[in-house]
Design a protein around this ligand. Structure first.
Ligand SMILES: Nc1ncnc2c1ncn2[C@@H]1O[C@H](COP(=O)(O)OP(=O)(O)OP(=O)(O)O)[C@@H](O)[C@H]1O
Length: 280
């Protein structure tokens, strides 16, 4: 039974001339097989939090405890998937998918078996012998997802994995991910800027506040799956989450632009992609 707890985690970065207090006393308890989306304005520390859970960054104070052990470094029990697929262009798809397993010392026969299983899951069996440059952006991200799945980690950490994709491809991958999550029962921690994406995928949405990053509000979503973006209940939930997020995005914008800045009524709410706070 998985137990993953972020306990009182704070993080400051120290540069030559100042201290950036990025995260302030974050507490989250993740459940086995839970799908959690983390939303928040740009710079509130979403990636930093994910990296601390991954063991790629260390908390300044507080700790992350996975199955009773404090996380001190990256490990195969917490695989991370980023916005950029980071594939090796000189390797074929199947060899890219096998790469992590090769590093983990898994035998050749088992590597191949698992790679084919997960390539099938992401519907890329036909492309197993293709080179990366022959694939579209969405296909590359599906290869990265297959590679991430092969390590059979209990926890999958995803940092805006679909943000660089066009909206049709994104929709397909969101549906695929819902299916894969359902089949693999992993705990998924998914960082996004996109409110629609969050309500489509998550059991729980955590909205973060910025300066310093902290948890503003949590939303539990109990709607049946697979969810469809046009569902009325989803739209209603998205509007509630958007309202919380908008306040935070506006606060950040006021600091980064000037105090007169304000979001024009419903301007961002009508953005068809529901992305909030990107690149402020
Ligand atoms: N290695 C670092 N050194 C110094 N400051 C850092 C470092 N990494 C992150 N920060 C700072 O911490 C803050 C949070 O960054 P982070 O990337 O975690 O935010 P985010 O919410 O993921 O942003 P975005 O949504 O734009 O990706 C930012 O102010 C950033 O400049």
């Amino acid at each position: 039974m998985l137990s993953l707890v972020v306990e009182n985690v704070s993080k400051s970065f120290f540069t030559s001339h100042n201290r950036i207090h990025t995260l302030d006393k974050i507490n989250i308890e993740f459940k086995k097989s839970e799908f959690i989306c983390i939303l928040g304005p740009s710079g509130c520390g979403k990636s930093t939090l994910l990296n601390i859970i991954a063991g790629l960054e260390t908390a300044t104070t507080g700790r992350v405890i996975l199955n009773g052990n404090e996380v001190k470094e990256a490990g195969p029990d917490r695989v991370v998937m980023f916005q950029e697929p980071a594939l090796f262009p000189w390797l074929r798809v199947i060899d890219n998918v096998e790469f992590g397993m090769k590093m983990a010392g898994i035998s050749k026969a088992e590597r191949r078996e698992r790679a084919l299983k997960y390539l099938k899951m992401v519907h890329l069996t036909r492309f197993q012998n293709s080179f990366v440059h022959e694939l579209s952006g969405g296909m590359k991200q599906r290869v990265a997802l297959a590679r991430a799945l092969t390590l059979d980690s209990e926890v999958l950490l995803m940092d805006e994995p679909f943000a660089a994709l066009d909206s049709q491809t994104k929709n397909i991958l969101q549906l695929e991910l819902q299916q894969i999550w359902w089949e693999t029962k992993k705990t998924v921690i998914f960082v996004t800027h996109n409110v629609e994406e969050a309500v489509l995928l998550a059991d729980r949405v955590i909205v973060m506040a910025a300066n310093p990053g902290s948890i503003k509000k949590e939303f539990h979503i109990q709607l049946a799956r697979p969810r469809q973006p046009e569902n009325v209940d989803l739209a209603y939930l998205a509007a509630g989450i958007m309202k919380e997020l908008k306040e935070e995005v506006e606060k950040v914008a006021k600091v980064e632009f000037d105090s007169e800045w304000s979001i024009k009524k419903d301007l961002l709410l009508s953005d068809s992609d529901s992305n909030m706070g990107i690149g402020l």
